[in-house]
Write a protein that binds this ligand. Structure first.
Ligand code: PMV
Length: 331
């Protein structure tokens, strides 16, 4: 209809939470029950290009050149409708996305995915958003994506509504941390984090204490980051992950992402500590174990874990950057 075809591309990286987000207060707006804090990684980026089509044209969603599975592409189309509404546009869009890492395996592909989509779609539709508003927009796709707008450590303030729920950088962190990702299983998770969270909130007797203890744990974490106390950061991170899994294990029926392979890695990480190498485990909506360590120790931690768990692939992930956008350009 006479519009030039406008296109924008964004690259975003996954993040792993040290204080976890688990459970929503508002499902439609994705307002979490609690605040969370994460480290953005320098591996497994998502690259997403959004090209605007004509007015009223249907959205099209391609992953690695092929149509995305129905459920996922519906989520993306709804997200594009929201961005179009913000921009006062009814143009359709073509989304082309690809993940350098595994998708839907608890390695934060939804975080990098919706952070990249938010940035590319906002640019293509001509929205000039502050990083706070971009974080709020990414949150509407996937809660954890709000944090991948930023590099390094980021905190997502739970807030109480759409305006007050956004992430921002932790500007006073003095810890040089990396993660060693142990790929126990790169397959898709058995239950989506969205469904698993809802079940935890609705049925787990441990949800209330999980929520109640969050402010203190987050405050202790922020203080430890400020003081550069890596040991404290690690201890809080590991117990926070275990408490999140405890909350979901209490659901009816129970939600269990951890497998025997995950437990073996937890043992291996504890063994490293006994040997004097400081390392702490964290696990998300999947069996994979991410080991937090000092950046300088990452090669030694990787080698020790590889020796303890032969057959498992370990990937070193340093602290990574926030989302980067190029465009909009004429396609
Ligand atoms: O943003 P979602 O819906 O993919 O949920 C992420 C939940 C965890 O990864 C388990 C925790 C977190 O804070 O990232």
């Amino acid at each position: 209809h006479g519009h030039p075809a406008v296109r924008a591309t964004a690259v975003a990286f996954p993040n792993i939470a040290l204080i976890k987000y688990w459970g929503k207060r508002d499902e439609a707006l994705i307002i979490p029950q609690t605040s969370s804090l994460s480290l953005t990684l320098a591996v497994y980026p998502t690259t997403t290009t959004v090209t605007l089509a004509a007015d009223g044209e249907q959205h099209q969603v391609l992953q690695d050149g092929a149509p995305m599975p129905q459920a996922a592409s519906v989520k993306v189309a709804r997200f594009l409708d929201h961005v179009g509404q913000l921009a006062g546009s009814s143009r359709g869009a073509c989304v082309e996305t690809s993940n350098a890492g595994p998708t839907g395996a608890g390695l934060a592909s939804s975080a990098s995915g919706f952070a990249a989509l938010a940035a590319a779609a906002a640019a293509a539709y001509g929205l000039d958003l502050s990083s706070r508003d971009l974080s709020r927009l990414a949150r509407r796709g996937s809660g954890s994506a709000s944090r991948s707008i930023f590099g390094g450590f980021a905190v997502w303030n739970a807030g109480t509504d759409d305006l007050s729920s956004y992430a921002e950088p932790v500007s006073d962190a003095h810890v040089d941390a990396a993660m060693v990702l142990g790929i126990v299983n790169a397959g898709a998770k058995p239950i989506s984090s969205r469904d698993a969270m809802r079940r935890t909130v609705e049925t787990s007797p441990y949800n209330a204490p999980w929520v109640e203890t969050n402010p203190t744990e987050l405050a202790l974490m922020r203080d430890a980051l400020r003081r550069g106390d890596f040991t404290e950061v690690g201890e809080i991170s590991e117990r926070n992950a275990l408490r999140m899994h405890a909350a979901m294990l209490g659901a009816v029926p129970p939600v269990r992402y951890l497998t025997a392979g995950s437990m073996a890695l937890l043992d291996a990480v504890a063994e490293l500590r006994r040997g004097g190498l400081e390392a702490y485990a964290t696990m998300d909506a999947g069996p994979n174990v991410k080991t937090l360590c000092r950046s300088a120790d990452a090669p030694a931690v990787r080698a020790a874990l590889a020796a303890a768990a032969p057959g498992i692939e370990f990937v070193i992930a340093e602290s990574g950057p926030g989302v980067a956008v190029s465009g909009p350009d004429d396609a």
